[in-house]
Design a protein around this ligand. Sequence first.
Ligand code: ZN
Length: 290
Amino acid sequence: MQNKKLWLLSLILIFTLSACQNDDSAKGKEEPGESNTATEQNENQTNDNQEDSQKQNQQENQDDEKQEEESNEQENNEKNIPDRFENEVPDENGIITVLEPKATDIVVNKKRKLPDGYVPPNLVYPDIPFSFDEKIDKRKMRKVAAGPIEELFKGAEEAGIDLVAVSGYRSYATQKAIFNRNVQQNGEEHAKMYSAMPGHSEHQTGLTMDVSTVAVTFQLVEDFRETEEGAWLAKHAHEYGFIIRYPKGKEDITGYAYEPWHIRYVGKEMATEIYEQQLTLEEYFNLYPN
Ligand SMILES: [Zn+2]
């Protein structure tokens, strides 16, 4: 009896493993470019980090398998909402520290923060034009999003659209400095309204880029939407896996004013669904910050 069970278990395991290999698109979470963390690490990262991320990757692969088994069981489930959202527990202030911060479908907002000191894996410099010359942190993006943003800029260029990147990755420490300076200058209430608290900025995920164009002198302003470039971005970003993260009219849901310049990588499939149904990331996962 025991042997029969074992035999059955290994059959299921073999089946699940081969399903994983054959159908990457079903996962949608981890893109191919990101699995090779050990070989493609950013120069700055230490060996310790590499080991950690290898361990985490193993854990993530196991989680993926588990998720896939479960999704097979629940074929009627319309949206495949990851388990981790149900396992997240708010602290005494109602703030959730997100689980699996490396997932590309992570949701960070005013009620949901990254773990303290979180540094995303595989930060690289995408080969796209920036509004400044220095080779600094805010040029960086996670590798998983860097390829797609290069494609996006290439697509824009081919359409005669002149996009320029302004700001990508921002570290926990930088966000903390920005927030504290704002508190000192304007008081805590004002600071909370206009700048994200450390850990709450989507820029810290490395999946986000602010873009602009010369017609609005590379500023991050609502008028960007009225430019040819802003219109093109709103219409085509999803084709490259990006969403306009803070749409107009959804301020109460996202917790942020309309930002036609702020794009966030989620992968083509999810981005297209969000674009076509005119959703926010919060609505897509039924997660409301308020
Ligand atoms: Zn932004």
